[in-house]
Design a protein around this ligand. Structure first.
Ligand SMILES: Cc1ncc(COP(=O)(O)O)c(C=O)c1O
Length: 399
């Protein structure tokens, strides 16, 4: 007799964002013809750059010719892309080998799948608020999840866990708060993990949004990280690959886990990927190589600068009108404190009704997100300007 995985009953039924869509639809139904400006969703809007398009086309052309056609590739990824990523790290003074890099179809699947190689009895620490995937995937898998609170008082960066934990999910720059961990804050976690033999899963999907040279873009900038940290990253947010799909995960050979030899965790992830994943698209990997070319990097930096200019427009526009705003520097998310006594959903409704702007209620990301609203810088500049102007003109609020 088949039964269902009852752990699905322990996670919110519809990955909160659906409720946003439902409320917008209901609002438009009673206000026909109204345009809702969406500032909530972390989806990219700007087209792929010329160099990336050429890379993707090169991938297509290769498949159109019997001499260069390829079918399945290595599940771990095209060796040229793995080497190019090793070079990407090397430029930052980080020594990562090709064998430690696994190409994937994105950071979301990797961050949801990675804990499957660790024991079922692992206690998993995630932040609150959190990118929901880390919490939900572990709850669905039946693992115990504990929360590290991120509050205004700690700059939305958690302190090291108080009790015993085995896996720690960190995301910097952070979705949803836009907070970025300093080297010192990250070092505290690395030291903790090495001491307690815990493993950190570090999601660096927004690393390219960091322009402050003192802030770490990779956990491997922190001494000792290779023995305790796995890093997950993506081409989505800085190269516009949200729909194209390409990411990677670094599992260092030095990663130390109690009772197994060094290299074992790397070989387990290799086993997992070769068993359950059939490799990223060969066309898309050609696009990834183009991203990592000198020209590609320059163009992607312009893309990031474009979105960060949006972040500045939102942050300064809202600050000027007396709202309390966090993030938006070295990160594409703005974490807005809900004014007055409203909760996140009340404020979402006010913003929608009064300014016709949709954000993302902070409470979707966990109880400590209550009282906040996430705004995203991933829109068109003109749309962002109009949305900010509309908020300034139409939103009524008490401080
Ligand atoms: C923290 C974080 N990691 C990963 C992802 C998804 O990355 P990908 O598109 O590579 O699956 C997102 C998307 O919003 C994210 O916010």
């Amino acid at each position: 007799m088949a039964t269902i995985n009852k752990n699905y009953n322990k996670v919110p039924p519809a990955y909160g964002f659906m409720e946003i869509g439902r409320r917008i639809k209901a609002f438009v139904k009673i206000n026909p013809g109204t345009e809702v400006m969406r500032l909530g969703i972390g989806n990219t809007t700007q087209p792929l750059t010329a160099t990336i398009v050429r890379g993707l086309l090169k991938g297509v052309k290769k498949l159109a010719d019997a001499k260069s056609y390829t079918g399945y590739g290595d599940e771990q990824g095209d060796s040229r892309l793995r080497q190019a990523l090793a070079g990407f790290y090397e430029k930052r003074g980080i020594n990562i080998s090709e064998q430690e890099i696994f190409i994937s179809d994105g950071a979301k699947p990797d961050s949801a799948n990675i804990s499957s190689i660790f024991g079922m009895d692992s206690i998993v620490a995630v932040t609150d608020p959190v990118y929901p995937v880390y919490a939900d995937s572990n709850i669905i898998a039946g693992k115990k999840v504990v929360y590290m609170n991120c509050r205004q008082e700690n700059g939305f960066v958690p302190g090291i866990p108080k009790g015993k934990v085995d896996l720690i999910f960190l995301c910097s720059p952070n979705n949803p708060t836009g907070a970025v961990m300093t080297k010192k804050q990250l070092k505290d976690f690395v030291d903790y993990a090495n001491k307690k033999k815990a493993v950190i899963i570090f999601d660096a999907a927004y690393a390219e949004y960091i322009s402050d040279k003192n802030l770490p873009k990779s956990i491997y900038e922190i001494p000792g990280a290779k023995s305790c940290a796995i890093e997950i990253n993506s081409f989505s947010k800085w190269a516009g690959f949200t729909g194209v799909r390409l990411g990677w995960t670094v599992v260092p050979m030095d990663l130390a886990v109690e009772g197994v030899e060094k290299g074992k965790v790397n070989s387990l992830w290799n086993r997992r990927q070769t068993t359950m994943f059939n490799g990223a698209s060969n066309i898309v990997q050609e696009g990834g190589l183009a991203v990592l070319s000198e020209k590609g990097q320059k163009e992607c930096k312009e893309l990031v600068d474009y979105y960060m200019n949006n972040a500045r427009i939102i942050k300064s526009g809202l600050t000027k009108m007396g709202l309390e705003v966090y993030g938006g520097e070295n990160a594409p998310y703005i974490w807005l404190k809900v004014p007055g006594n409203m909760d996140s959903w009340d404020f979402f409704d006010s913003l929608l009704k009064e300014a016709r702007v949709a954000g993302t209620p902070g409470s979707i990301f966990g109880p400590k997100g209550e009282g906040y609203l996430r705004l995203s810088a991933f829109g068109n500049k003109e749309d962002i300007k109009r949305a900010v102007e509309s908020i300034q003109k139409n939103l009524k609020f008490e401080t």
